[in-house]
Write a protein that binds this ligand. Structure first.
Ligand SMILES: Cc1cc2nc3c(=O)[nH]c(=O)nc-3n(C[C@H](O)[C@H](O)[C@H](O)COP(=O)(O)OP(=O)(O)OC[C@H]3O[C@@H](n4cnc5c(N)ncnc54)[C@H](O)[C@@H]3O)c2cc1C
Length: 326
């Protein structure tokens, strides 16, 4: 039994299915969750130093395997290729790009730095174009839900933490883990974020920390914000204003906002997800803490959890729920 059909619960259910195991999934459609609004970007270069995320090659390998499985099962692959125009924030970032380090250069779509005069954007330190991926999360969640309904493994409703009657129960509740009697002691660090859909055709994705990603032939998504307080208060007028201000590099003359949404990313204090059994009950698991990078990391960690439950391999120590004990 999997509790929660956000991105974590859905990818986990499909990873079990890939191994020939059909798990039941219970989902309550609670408000303020991240997956229904997330952009799904898989960004190869993160932070001020343009580093690849931890274990990124392994994450990509598992994403491609899962995407092949989706193609076979659903007739659709939900991870799509995208070009990302990275607006350098300072000369240091441009220098890192120019030095062509091998750990990042194979993600370059174009080696030369693009001069902003060749574009309509403001970018005094230039633009580096990288390959990236985008997971169409909401579309994937719909397909996953329908396949679970068809095979009679979907349970609509709130799970009340009764653990009787299941071989295993795996909690994938996003920020509601704070209310879970088994796992509320864990040091999660939830952060609220907002996202806008703006009426305007965008031909490519761009980011200077704030990102803009084509959504349809006439609109794009833009985000995001970071707010540790008032998790369930959004969306807010301040959030909208901040995103629109931060998009000034796009030089939009006027904007029409089509939608404005807010959701909570459930991060952790050490930025690693928390995955594994409860210390006192080996049939109760947590699979949570994917922060702002679930589209990158969840396929790899779902595979690791399934292999652990099948007795094939241990879970990495950096994911262990007990790692916070002193
Ligand atoms: C604005 C924004 C933009 C983002 N953009 C990106 C991005 O571009 N790329 C990226 O990789 N990540 C992005 N993220 C992060 C990404 O959304 C998360 O990493 C991921 O969606 C987390 O999924 P989850 O399933 O762990 O949690 P959630 O999405 O919170 O899902 C948990 C689910 O569990 C259900 N649930 C909880 N408790 C119960 C219960 N007791 N019974 C039944 N159901 C229950 C809820 O209804 C919910 O559906 C973004 C997040 C935000 C907020």
């Amino acid at each position: 039994m999997i509790v929660g059909h956000g991105l974590a619960g859905a990818i986990l259910a499909q990873t079990f299915a890939k191994h020939g195991i059909n798990a039941h999934v219970v989902e309550a459609n609670l408000p303020h969750h991240a997956s229904p609004i997330a952009a799904g970007l898989v960004n190869p270069l993160i932070g001020p130093k343009l580093n690849p995320p931890f274990d990124f090659e392994k994450c990509l390998q598992e994403i491609h395997r899962l995407n092949d499985f989706f193609s076979r099962k659903f007739g659709e692959s939900f991870y799509e290729n995208l070009s990302l125009h990275r607006i350098f924030r300072n000369q240091e970032q441009a220098n890192i790009w120019k030095s062509n380090p091998s750990k990042i250069s194979h993600f370059y779509e174009k080696v030369e730095i693009v001069d902003s005069k060749e574009t309509t954007m403001t970018a005094p330190f230039g633009i580096g174009i990288t390959k990236c991926l985008r997971l169409r999360i909401q579309s994937f969640l719909e397909f996953s839900k329908h396949s679970l309904i068809e095979s009679d493994h979907w349970i609509q409703g709130f799970h009340n933490y009764d653990t009787q009657g299941y071989d295993f129960i795996i909690f994938c509740e996003g920020f509601r883990s704070a209310q879970n009697p088994w796992f509320s002691y864990l040091p999660f660090a939830p952060v609220r974020g907002e996202i806008l859909e703006i009426q305007k055709k965008l031909l490519f994705a761009a980011s200077n920390g704030t990102w803009a990603i084509p959504q349809s032939s006439t609109s794009f998504l833009a985000g995001s914000t970071w707010d540790h307080s008032g998790l369930e208060k959004g969306p807010t007028s301040e959030g909208k204003k901040k995103i629109l201000n931060d998009l000034d590099f796009l030089n939009l003359n006027s904007v029409e906002v089509l939608s404005h949404l807010s959701g909570v990313r459930n991060g952790t204090l050490d930025r690693n997800p928390i995955i594994g059994p409860h210390p006192e009950n080996q049939k109760i698991f947590i699979f949570n803490g994917f922060g702002s990078r679930g589209a990158t990391t969840i396929p790899l960690y779902a595979m690791k959890l399934v292999e652990f439950i099948l007795g094939k391999s241990p879970l990495p120590e950096h994911l262990n729920p007990n790692r916070f004990e002193s």
